[in-house]
Ligand binder design. Structure first.
Ligand SMILES: C[S@@+](CC[C@H](N)C(=O)[O-])C[C@H]1O[C@@H](n2cnc3c(N)ncnc32)[C@H](O)[C@@H]1O
Length: 277
């Protein structure tokens, strides 16, 4: 099919790593995320996911953390049917397709202009979906988002690419904009950052990583007193582990006994805030 995509920067290109992770997970009989849209996009583009040589554990990890972020969004919009959802660094992800939401919820998908242009070509756009084509470090991009509604904000695979100062400034802008809300993202410990820079499966993004990572999930509370940690989700202790292939499942169950060890892998961090909006 003749789809001409913009020429992506290496940063924008990172979205294909996670897109492929989700597409490959969806092809597994024990899929964690069931993201068939990701697979449709990959097939539409005839994209070569083999180039990443993704291991089973990385594929599962990408799908698993996305599922946890989907759940955060689902629970929030159950309680706040008037919510706005912001997906920061959305790439070619289609969370809005995975998460059922009432027509009263508005979605804001945020990424660089090239990525937003590609999304318009590849992902059916619903009336509730709004795209914001910006660099998230731009201080003014939130002007396009209503200030008077509760917000659930997710960032899936984004924060490793922001400097700590940019991340703190972004959290500050978000918590100042809305009256109330939740922010959830996959956390990167210092070890996870080190591993992402050295692990063969993430070599395509290794040079783009800017964050030093942080080990204490309460660290963002110290950066921004409006943030309160709701939950540190250790993926090792989540029910989906039962679906993992045997060796990975047993290893993960062993790791689950130790918080220290579990934090060597991926965590999803969920915060609430009462803002100034
Ligand atoms: C690894 S991809 C993750 C994509 C998607 N969230 C997913 O889970 O499939 C990281 C995304 O963050 C976007 N990104 C990184 N830095 C950004 C910035 N400063 N402003 C806007 N988007 C950014 C990239 O363009 C890319 O789409």
């Amino acid at each position: 099919m003749g789809i001409t995509l913009p020429a992506f920067t290496p940063m924008e290109d990172s979205m294909f790593l996670t897109l492929c992770g989700k597409a490959l997970d969806s092809r597994s009989p024990r899929s964690i995320l069931h993201d068939t849209t990701a697979d449709e996009i990959v097939r539409k583009l005839d994209y070569d996911c083999e180039q990443f040589r993704l291991s089973t554990s990385l594929i599962i990890n990408i799908a698993h953390r996305s599922k946890k972020l989907d759940e955060v969004v689902e629970r929030f919009i159950e309680r706040h049917p008037d919510a706005v959802v912001l997906d920061l660094g959305v790439g070619l992800d289609s969370r809005m397709v995975r998460v059922a939401s009432p027509s009263t919820v508005d979605w804001y998908d945020v990424d660089f202009p090239n990525v937003v242009a590609a999304r318009k070509l590849l992902i059916p756009q619903s009336l509730k979906a709004h795209s914001i084509d910006v660099d998230l470090t731009d201080p003014d991009w939130l002007d396009q988002v209503p200030i008077d509604r509760p917000a659930v904000i997710v960032a899936d695979g984004l924060l490793a690419f922001l400097t700590q100062d940019d991340m703190i400034a972004l959290l500050d802008r978000l918590t100042s904009h809305f009256p109330t809300g939740e922010i959830a993202f996959n956390g990167y410990t210092r070890f996870a950052i080190w591993a992402a820079k050295h692990y063969h499966g993430t070599q395509s993004v290794a040079d783009l990583i800017e964050s030093p990572g942080f080990d204490d999930p309460r660290e963002p509370e110290r950066w921004n007193p409006k943030l309160k940690l709701v939950r540190e989700i250790l993926l090792t202790r989540e029910p989906e582990v039962a679906e993992f292939p045997f060796a990975l499942r047993e290893f993960t169950r062993l790791a689950a006994h130790s918080t220290w060890w579990s934090r060597k892998g991926t965590t999803v961090l969920q915060y609430e805030f009462v803002g100034d909006g």
